[in-house]
Design a binder for this molecule. Structure first.
Ligand code: NAD
Ligand code: ZN
Length: 389
């Protein structure tokens, strides 16, 4: 046998900009960041719903690039939302547009939309020519405070969430706060769950900040929302950059706290239940379980649930009651799917303190079952008392 092991050193620059009105004539942030790459050609993919919510946007984008020296290939409107990643039709359409516009590896594809749109269009961009330079413009709370600053893009396949996709670091991420204020209230609020999540697994002081600003956040006060988004995005990005496993080759997935149940609930609903509200339920469940299994102080779990209630994030979903032929809750299959996804050994992060996660490799299923019962009775009591839960 002859064997040769080579080390291939690769580092990536992960550029993240927070700005407002990136396409205003007097805002140079975007041009400065594009100048760093030296590319000449630009195409823009814009989610239709965003275009509809901000009628002057296409004109602003066209004016912005019209005044500059880049070779601007136009704005392509594409539908977004969860259906965009339900199959490969959006991906194929984007490939065709990239090809027709002669976009090469050195060109920039700006992708403006919510998390689902960024996933589908980002996957197409990241695979065309083995990777065109992707500049993400996340437009929802969730995509600005979590997914947009990440390094993954995927679409659903074989009825499974994110089955086909890539790890690839975008050329840049531009979090333009202006987009936060064109979302509907539900989407604006729901994405806060990923900020709570990252606080719980990474930074107790951020969790305390959320508690202190609960009233302002609950009414979606614009300035507080923007601060929360920025803090959350930076914690996510810092974990990716410094956590030692940016492309998730190991089993430990701290940013997926509460996600095993969330992914299963989403799939069970045929993706009618979207990611953020599903994570709120999954996060509540794993928090209660962390306490009942003896890892987390019960008073800390109560603080988490109080924050979720204060933000009017629903901590229970009736689909938790759905059962398979053997009488087992269907959501529990989410644990097996998580195990399979990780390559054999189940690794789920639970809480041993606020801001402190711990990996566990098995679950006490009867206890988990009782935790769902607990969530249900909290929710029913709250509903009877007329709370916003
Ligand atoms: N790649 C990753 O690492 C990663 C991580 C977490 C979540 N995700 C994915 O992100 C998706 C959820 O993203 P989301 O919560 O942003 O939802 P979304 O993309 O479905 O957007 C929610 C709704 O808001 C609309 N919208 C988006 N921006 C708007 C704006 N500025 N104004 C008006 N309407 C707007 C969309 O059309 C959609 O109807 C899920 O598919 C999830 O799997 C991916
Ligand atoms: Zn998530």
């Amino acid at each position: 046998m002859s064997r040769y092991d080579f080390q291939i050193p690769v580092t990536f620059k992960h550029r993240i900009v927070f700005t407002r009105d990136a396409f205003a004539a007097d805002n140079a942030d975007l041009m400065e960041i594009l100048a760093e790459g030296g590319g000449r050609r630009v195409i823009v993919f814009l989610e239709e719903a965003v275009s509809a919510a901000w009628p002057g946007l296409v004109k602003s984008i066209t004016g912005y690039f019209g005044a500059g020296s880049l070779d601007f290939r136009g704005v392509v409107n594409v539908p977004g939302g969860e259906v965009a990643k339900a199959d490969d039709s959006v991906v194929r359409r984007v490939w065709a547009e990239l090809d027709a516009a002669h976009i090469d590896r050195h060109s920039y594809a700006l992708v403006i939309g919510g998390g689902a749109f960024l996933d589908a269009v980002g996957y197409a961009v990241a695979t065309a020519h083995r990777g065109v330079r992707l500049v993400r413009f996340p437009t929802t709370t969730l995509s600005q405070d979590d997914s947009g600053v990440g390094v993954k893009s995927a679409i659903n396949f074989f009825g499974k969430k994110n089955w086909v996709g890539v790890f690839s670091v975008p050329f840049a991420v531009v979090n333009d706060f202006r987009f936060l204020h064109t979302q509907d209230e539900e989407t604006r609020r729901a994405g806060l769950i990923e900020a709570v999540k990252v606080a719980l697994v990474k930074d107790a002081s951020f969790f305390e900040w959320i508690e202190e600003h609960l009233t302002a956040l609950s009414i979606l006060d614009p300035e507080t929302l923007e601060q929360c988004v920025e803090k959350s995005a930076l914690l996510h990005a810092r974990h990716i950059a410094t956590g030692g496993d940016p492309f998730e080759t190991g089993s430990s997935r701290p940013l997926d706290f509460g996600h095993w149940a969330a992914h299963k609930l989403e799939a069970m609903s045929g993706y009618r239940l979207s990611h953020a509200p599903a994570v709120a339920v999954g996060l509540a469940l794993d928090t209660i379980y962390s306490a009942r299994v003896g890892l987390l102080e019960p008073a800390s779990a109560e603080r988490v649930l109080r924050v979720l209630d204060g933000l009017s994030l629903r901590t229970y979903h009736p689909d938790l009651e759905l059962r398979d032929e053997s009488g087992q809750r269907r959501v529990f299959a989410g644990l097996d799917e998580f195990r399979e996804h990780l390559g054999g050994e189940l690794t789920v992060l639970l809480l041993e303190g606020l801001g402190r996660g711990v990996d566990v490799h098995e679950f006490d299923m009867p206890l988990l079952d009782r935790c769902i019962g607990e969530l249900r009775s909290r929710w029913e009591t709250g509903a009877r008392a007329g709370s916003t839960q």
